[in-house]
Design a protein around this ligand. Structure first.
Ligand code: NDP
Ligand code: GDR
Length: 326
């Protein structure tokens, strides 16, 4: 039975990846940081009905000693580093914490693997945010990086450290440069969930409007369930490498709103307002990924269209609010 350790197991991707690995017969361990709000721990894993199948290890990515001990005890075949301070806007308010977790946390884990479990295969959750101020209209593994937020800078450090540990110490370390991916399990602060939740609340009479930030930013949005498959495929390769994972279609936040409101027969123009509070000090205007390498070498392709994903998210948010209203 192969063993996997997932950091960030309680997040969106951690939940879907746990589900995928359990289906494939893995023993799944998750790094769980202590929270005083015990009732929300593992909410996503419960939503997928797998909370009692993931073995939790008490720890924090910022504590190297815990990581070393966890790897010594578990001796995993695969390690997926999904933990991060992952909300871009928060990274301007908490830049140092973002660096400690998102950059140094990844470095801690690489170092722990080097010391305690050097045969383990490692996956780093890199991000299209590393491209930032766009240098090429379509971004591939060869496009230069120019991060535009403390989060993007932190991810770039972790990305290059992954490459460096691969080249310096021969670790089987791969990096997935994933473009935005969403689902009903997406955190409510991210734009897609904020919109689908807003649509559900407006439809059910629980809210009157939806204040938003920059409606003209465009993103290449895929489904998280499809993207965790790419992570797993990367670690099944003989040779570690870096891969862009994206759909190849970019859509504005405005268009996303239109499609989501359409799902419940409403016109977004009547409800969406622009509010300065949701603007960023520096914006990533456009992202559009070229995932040719992942498609050719990994045999990966996204299975879910944007429209299908938005409909699934709106339905899930309607169901959540209806349950709360009962
Ligand atoms: P989430 O924000 O949903 O999950 C983040 C996870 O990291 C949570 O489990 C969180 O735990 C955990 N975490 C945060 N800080 C620490 C810490 N100090 N020690 C241990 N665990 C910690 O992110 P996603 O699932 O959306 O993304 C997964 C990864 O992929 C992240 O690294 C993200 O930056 C990256 N990424 C995401 C993309 C996307 O579109 N979703 C695209 C590209 C990259 P807790 O539940 O306790 O808060
Ligand atoms: P992003 O995701 O910053 O791309 O990072 P987010 O959904 O937060 O923003 C996407 C775009 O929407 C614009 N926007 C708003 N965003 C939010 N959150 N709230 C709003 O009200 C709003 N209005 C407009 C933003 O300005 C931005 O342009 C996500 C995270 O998952 C990262 O961890 C990951 O690395 C990248 O995707 C790829």
């Amino acid at each position: 039975m192969p063993r996997a350790l997932i950091t960030g197991v309680t997040g969106q991707d951690g939940a879907y990846l746990s589900q995928l690995l359990l289906e494939k017969g893995y023993e799944v361990f998750g790094l769980l940081r202590r929270s005083a709000s015990a009732d929300v721990v593992g909410e996503r894993l419960r939503w997928l009905g797998i909370a009692d199948q993931v073995r939790m290890v008490d720890g924090n990515l910022t504590d190297l000693s815990v990581l070393i001990r966890a790897l010594q005890d578990i001796q995993p075949d695969e390690v997926y580093n999904l933990a991060a301070q992952s909300f871009v806007k928060t990274s301007w308010n908490q830049p140092l914490l973002t660096g400690q977790v998102t950059a140094m946390g990844a470095h801690n884990l690489l170092e722990a693997i080097r010391i305690a479990s050097p045969k383990a295969r490692f996956y780093q959750a890199s991000s299209s945010e590393m491209y930032g101020l766009i240098q090429e209209p379509v971004q591939s593994e060869r496009t230069p990086f120019y991060p535009r937020s403390p989060y993007g800078v932190a991810k770039l450090y972790a990305h290059w450290m992954t490459v460096n540990y691969r080249e310096s110490f021969g670790l089987h370390a791969s990096s997935g440069i994933l473009f935005n991916h969403e689902s009903p399990l997406r955190g409510i602060e991210f734009v897609t969930r904020k919109v689908t939740d807003g649509v559900a609340r407006i439809k059910l009479g629980l809210a009157q409007d939806l204040p938003m930030g920059n409606l003209e930013a465009t993103r290449d949005w895929g489904h998280a369930r499809d993207y965790v498959r790419a992570m797993w495929l990367m670690l099944q390769q003989e040779t570690p490498d870096d891969y862009v994972v994206a759909t190849g279609r970019t859509v504005s936040v405005r268009e996303f709103c239109r499609i989501a409101f359409d799902c419940v027969g409403l016109d977004y123009n009547e409800f969406v307002t622009v509010d300065e509070r949701f603007m960023r000090p520096a914006e990533v205007d456009v992202l559009l990924g070229d995932s040719t390498k992942a498609r050719q070498k990994l045999g990966w392709a996204p299975a879910t269209s944007l429209e299908t994903m938005i409909a699934e998210m709106v339905e899930a948010d309607l169901a959540r609010h209806r349950r709360r209203m009962m």
